[in-house]
Design a protein around this ligand. Sequence first.
Ligand SMILES: C[S@@+](CC[C@H](N)C(=O)[O-])C[C@H]1O[C@@H](n2cnc3c(N)ncnc32)[C@H](O)[C@@H]1O
Length: 255
Amino acid sequence: MIKGEWQWRLRCKVLSLSFSPSNTPHSMSLLNHSCDPNCVIVFEGYQLLLRSVRDIQIGEELTISYIESLMTTSERQKQLMRQYCFECDCLLCQNQEKDAEKLDGEEHVWKEVKDVVNEVRYPKSKEEWEQVLARCQNLLSSNRGRLPDTNIYQLKMLDCAMDACINLECWEEALYYGSRTLGPYRLYYPGFHPLRAVQLMRVGKLQYSQDMFPQALETLKQAYNIMKVTHGTDHSLMQALLEIKEQCEAIMRMQ
Ligand SMILES: C[S@@+](CC[C@H](N)C(=O)[O-])C[C@H]1O[C@@H](n2cnc3c(N)ncnc32)[C@H](O)[C@@H]1O
């Protein structure tokens, strides 16, 4: 089976923002977990798409990730045990891969960032977004040079600052934070990962909004190459991506 060329569609009754085996249709709930899975699940309206993100041999088990992977091995293991009652023994867990990079930087600094990131609840008003952004800006500037952007809590804070800026329509600042996330995203979501595709698309759109057309085109092309595997060319997000990419190309032809 070739990556991205196989897809399984199922209708689900409830549109859930976070996937969990307990809220999926029966047949998909047969899939086991791997922290380095060969399939992903993406939503398309009320449908769940199960898509292969690697070449898969006949007889090889299909796996998905039950959890968000921006965690250390011990945190992933704890969550899997707490929620699903099993110990994961995938290669990433055995090798504790990338754990050192994930917690790079001064420990007391990232612990404070971790507490703040964990406290943030999805803001409901402009004022709340402003408060979140102010908190992120303060911490990011006071920690300058003390935490690398690859530290997972610093990365979550950058993401949070980017979201706040987008909600407050501060496009230039959103692009500044978003651009800083791309290197760490490449490190932690290698290969074909839907989260990296979506992040590239968001940054590409921000570059477009700032008239940075050649950069936007390059970023959107990277998003396209991942998304054609993770989402497929018929996916609505892919159609939206192609539209901006074409607009970008048209503007560049006129310049
Ligand atoms: C949604 S079910 C998956 C299908 C299940 N294995 C079956 O045969 O019906 C989730 C349960 O499968 C088991 N499981 C899933 N992934 C696993 C893994 N990587 N290692 C061990 N057990 C796993 C755990 O017991 C977990 O609670």
